[in-house]
Ligand binder design. Structure first.
Ligand code: PAF
Length: 280
């Protein structure tokens, strides 16, 4: 497994692979790798001939008061996980190389990027789309793998691929959960053991909403209230939003009916956690 920092070397290798008719797969990450990432890496391994895992904590997708500086940076352990997952290359550029001083061009999604996470984090998806497009232009993947955990991110990236006619196939890989249902996330590392013990309530609340919908409840206000009540009643998490939305467009459903996706964002001590459940 090669470790490549230089943009030029990464692109030269990708071009060589393309000349050899090798299918390139990219798994973009910000490091702090866990089982959830490993599942993306394993999925990526099967999707082509050459697998690149990028590790880059992208400063431009964090807001000014967010956790960029304390985001988990665990490169030694990440390297081991990438090797286990069968990566051919870890691409880990520096922020200075990705965003040189003269940098001035952004990819900014409009509607899909301004609701839900985009409303809470106004420049987040601009940062995500810009880095993802840059990674696509450097790594030249035929396929890229993203996790369903970041449901809105997947839709935003797919929208960008369609809107900008990018020749990249997007695979969305399922959420990996801990035994109590908590969706695996690098940010779970911020939870104290006591708070971690209550965090399974987020998934439980989503499952209860699913059951309520299957039992015929259709009013978003009522379903939202129940999710809030479960989470806030049984943990210190504060619910920022609960939304029942169309799985393709993320438009709010006035009458909740499958297929629907329930998306939730909760907050604890300045850190946000998101989760979702697709109800078919
Ligand atoms: O999902 C993430 O880890 C990031 O948003 C991504 C896609 C690697 C872009 O920085």
């Amino acid at each position: 497994m090669k470790i490549i920092k230089s943009l030029k070397s990464m692109r030269a290798l990708a071009q060589q692979w393309r000349r050899e008719a090798q299918k390139i797969v990219l798994v973009p990450t910000m490091g702090g790798l866990h089982e959830g990432h490993l599942s993306l890496i394993r999925r990526g391994r099967k999707a082509g001939d050459k697998l690149v895992v990028s590790i880059f904590v992208n400063p431009t997708q964090f807001g000014p008061r967010e956790d960029y500086s304390r985001y988990p940076r665990t490169f030694t352990a990440d390297k081991q996980k990438c090797r286990e997952g069968g990566a051919d290359v870890i691409f880990c550029p520096t922020a200075e190389a990705i965003y040189p001083d003269k940098f001035d061009t952004w990819v900014s999604p409009d509607v899909t990027g301004s609701i839900l996470e985009g409303a809470a984090r106004p420049t987040h998806f601009r940062g995500v789309c810009t880095i993802v497009l840059k990674l696509f232009n450097i790594v030249l993947p035929h396929t890229a793998v993203f996790g369903q955990k970041d449901y809105q991110q997947c839709l935003v990236v797919k929208r960008m691929v369609d809107d900008l006619n990018l020749p990249v196939r997007i695979i969305v890989s399922p959420i990996i959960r801990a035994a109590d249902g908590l969706a695996l996330s690098s940010r779970n590392a911020y939870l104290s053991p006591a708070r971690r013990r209550t965090a399974g309530v987020i998934y439980r609340a989503l499952c209860e909403a699913k059951k309520a919908i299957k039992d015929g409840k259709t009013q978003p206000a009522l379903l939202t209230r129940e999710v809030r009540k479960t989470i806030e009643g049984e943990s210190e998490f504060q619910v920022e939003y609960v939304e029942f939305a169309d799985p393709q467009t993320l438009k709010k459903q006035k009458t909740v009916q499958p297929p629907t996706v329930v998306l939730v964002a909760v907050r604890l001590g300045g850190i946000r956690f998101i989760d979702n459940l697709l109800i078919k």
